[in-house]
Write a protein that binds this ligand. Sequence first.
Ligand code: SF4
Length: 167
Amino acid sequence: MGPTGPQSPTASAPRDRGMKDRDDALRTCCPSAQPDWAGAVAFGIIGGTAREPRVGYLEVAQPVSGQLLKLAEPVSPSEVFRFAASCLHGGCVHFQDDACTLVRRMVQLLPEVTSELPSCAIRDSCRWWRQEGAAACWRCPQVVTDNYNPSGAMRAAAHPPELMPAA
Ligand code: SF4
């Protein structure tokens, strides 16, 4: 569904295409990662309000450092920043049938909060963008990785149905 990237048809030979797909998969990043994942970078800062958070996207993604994490104190870094790091694929509870079910639920359940593509430093490698295209980006600014005050729709989007906690 993504309008660009590896899902776009190319004229490459099957063998080359297979290698390209593998290389692209290795570079695909999760835009709701934790800062202690290998190679994590911060690409957004949470603004807005507790009820209506909005991500401000950094012009340049910043490597995680002790200094950066300290800026979030006294709350957790993932309440203040959005981090990206390599997609965990089958190591993630949301990854099924070669797809991220988290962003699939987001697109189904969350409202759009912008009609424009945010200027996002990680778009080229973002799994959500690659899988769902602009529909993911129109919803992405309301996502807080560690969200202790989620709406009902956000709670439903954030959990696979079988792992949904009791209200
Ligand atoms: S979904 Fe879109 S806006 Fe959000 S991190 Fe991915 S590319 Fe950036």
